[in-house]
Design a protein around this ligand. Structure first.
Ligand code: SF4
Length: 397
């Protein structure tokens, strides 16, 4: 880890913000779009990708030569037509050199990956598919507006395996309406039976940005809001996953992410390791490095109507204080944690000033110092935001 993040290779994120139906819990910038809206979006997206080099130059950014991860998220990018995906790949190849063996991921919904699309993206290098399953209990997934059943998920796993996709991930959510410890166990058992390589386990977020969140906050009855689990139960479900998944062969390599050996997401690791990534499309975020080593962060608008040229936020320089904080709260998300010697080399006295706070966290059972690294314990992972807040309270340097 260094004050300036690593600049060896680049990750690229491409946002495709269209879905067949909007899930009630979803707080992403995504929605249902008609064919014309999708086609118009792809036009703007490919233009944005083609202007990447010129944009980088204007910002004084040094783009790494090779792209070694590409992630198509959203949204449900598997709903695009094969020719639309080919146009996006063509734009990517015009602007970037895609490394051979680059990790390329396509997000998809079970039952919504057409054979022609799959064949096309695989020819372009996609070898990883991430499926939004959320729950293997049909009552729970239908309550939040998912359109698939558990049986359809298993049919999709088979479909992908037969097509030659050997790296499949699923997203699951703890805290959904109607969930219980027993039904969550059913979901975890189904995960084990699925033989997929990767699982992300998130806690349901209750906020104003989703219809379910709004309904819970106003005490309403729509969207099964009264049946959302308590915070305590959601926490227990998360802990249950942290304990059960390693026994099923999935190592927890990040607060929300579990993988079989060799199947960690290389793209997502870049976010936590502060390595550069360039995002394109609606609500896509970027972190790039300038020639002087300073990191720049910027993002695209999350309003579809205003997406296009000039809809990016002004790039902000990540100053030394912010870089230090990012190194702590992103590094601690990872299983290997924060390397203390590297932190000291990058930030000097700032790192030493954390010692007392770390000691308190260790005494509370939330962190441990092992092999020269600070890491979170299971208890610490459960309340990670509180731990980050306490660690980063202003300290005398
Ligand atoms: S959760 Fe995924 S599939 Fe559902 S609306 Fe949001 S982006 Fe679309």
């Amino acid at each position: 880890m260094s004050a300036a993040a690593k600049n060896g290779s680049l990750g690229v994120y491409v946002s495709v913000p269209f879905c067949r139906a909007k899930c009630s819990f979803c707080n992403f910038a995504s929605g249902v779009g008609n064919d014309a809206a999708v086609a118009a979006y792809v036009e703007k997206l490919t233009a944005e990708i083609r202007s990447a080099r010129a944009d980088a130059e204007r910002m004084g950014v040094v783009l790494p030569d090779a792209v070694d991860t590409v992630y198509f998220g959203g949204g449900t990018p598997s709903l695009l037509l094969p020719e639309q995906m080919r146009a996006i790949f063509a734009a990517l190849r015009e602007s970037f050199s895609l490394a051979s063996g680059a990790e390329m991921t396509l997000e998809a919904a079970p039952g919504q990956i057409d054979d022609a699309l799959l064949e096309s993206v695989m020819r372009d290098g996609v070898q990883r598919v991430s499926l939004g399953v959320q729950s293997f209990v049909d009552r729970e997934s239908s309550a939040v507006g998912r359109t698939h059943t558990a049986a359809e998920c298993f049919a999709e796993f088979e479909h992908l395996r037969n097509a030659g996709i050997a790296n499949v991930g699923v997203d699951l959510i703890a805290g959904l309406p109607h969930q219980t410890a027993a039904s969550w166990r059913q979901t975890l058992d189904a995960l084990a039976a699925s033989r997929v390589q990767h699982a992300s386990v998130y806690m349901l977020e209750i906020d104003e940005d989703s219809r379910l969140g709004q309904e819970v906050l106003r005490g309403g009855e729509r969207f099964h809001a009264p049946h959302v689990t308590s915070d305590e139960l959601a926490t227990e479900l998360y802990e249950q996953a942290c304990e059960a998944l390693p026994a099923m062969g999935y190592t927890q390599y990040e607060i929300s992410n579990f993988a079989q050996a060799g199947f960690e997401s290389r793209h997502n690791r870049k976010y936590w390791q502060r390595a550069p990534y360039f995002g394109f499309g609606l609500d896509a975020h970027s972190m790039l490095l300038r020639g002087d080593g300073a990191a720049l962060r910027f993002a695209n608008t999350d309003e579809l109507a205003s997406y296009g040229f000039g809809s990016r936020t002004r790039p902000e320089i990540v100053d030394e204080d912010a870089a230090f904080e990012e190194s702590i709260f992103l590094g601690l998300r990872l299983r290997e944690g924060v390397n203390v010697a590297a932190l000291r080399e990058a930030f000097g006295a700032r790192a030493d000033a954390l010692r007392l706070a770390v000691q308190e966290m260790c005494e509370a059972g939330w962190m441990v110092e092992r092999d020269g690294c600070w890491t979170l314990t299971l208890q610490g992972r459960v309340i990670s935001n509180e731990v980050f807040g306490r660690l980063l309270e202003p300290v005398e340097v």
